[in-house]
Design a protein around this ligand. Structure first.
Ligand code: 5GP
Length: 209
């Protein structure tokens, strides 16, 4: 597959002759290490746009509005569902999460590659409109490891952890919907694997190491 074919084409790119950007989607169960991995990618590829999601869940300790998420009230989120504002949205663990369509379309049309960190439900919606997106699922080595990671984080109650583990099990069963699956056993190895996947699409003419 050459680079042109792997990218969504749109009328904007024809008008401006700018090659559309590529969408990379990373999903992982809560506690799967996805946030750390996404941050490593943003550090490595400074020009990739990281999509900061909107959510109705309250901020965790240390989370900043506009950096980790945009935190908005449920009623505002719902209004934006009605007005077709979201490229994708999902209800996860009783809270809403979404990605604005205008952010994706503007970024891609101007040739920027974009990194989305969203769940399986959101990935399926994005694939309907952006079928060439590069999808990557991060698997925890086991449910037991995931449970330990969630407990160590000390940000969630026992009940919430239980709920997140149930969701994780369901998400892991859907991993084959993704183009790539990385088992996140050792963080440094997973980061290398992720970088290699992204470089394959960004620099398709470079011989593989
Ligand atoms: P958390 O509350 O732990 O930050 O995230 C919970 C789940 O929501 C994670 O699986 C995360 O990937 C997902 N998520 C975060 N932002 C979005 C989004 O914009 N859309 C969708 N569909 N899921 C999201």
């Amino acid at each position: 597959m050459n680079e042109q074919e792997s990218r969504p084409s749109g009328s904007n790119s024809k008008k401006t002759n700018i090659k559309q950007g590529c969408l990379f989607i990373i999903s992982a169960p809560s506690g799967g290490g996805k946030t750390t991995l996404s941050k490593a990618l943003v550090d490595r590829f400074k020009d990739i746009l990281y999509s900061v999601s909107y959510t109705t869940r309250p901020p965790r300790k240390g989370e900043r509005n506009g950096v980790d998420y945009y935190f908005i009230p449920k009623k505002d989120f719902k209004k934006k569902i009605e007005s077709g504002h979201w490229a994708e949205w999902a209800e996860v663990h009783g809270n809403y999460y979404g990605t604005p369509a205008v952010f994706l379309d503007k970024g891609l049309a101007s040739g920027r590659d974009i990194l989305l960190d969203i769940d399986v439900q959101g990935t399926l919606q994005i694939l309907e409109n952006y079928p060439d997106s590069v999808t990557i699922f991060i698997m925890p080595p086991s449910l037991e490891t995931l449970k330990k990671r969630l407990e160590m984080r000390r940000t969630e109650s026992r009940e919430t952890i239980k709920r997140r583990l149930l969701t994780a099990e369901k998400e892991m069963a859907q991993k084959d919907l993704y183009r790539y699956v990385i088992v996140n056993d050792r963080l440094s190895v997973s980061i290398e694997k992720l970088i290699a996947i992204i470089e394959r699409y960004r620099y398709p003419n470079t011989p593989e190491k």
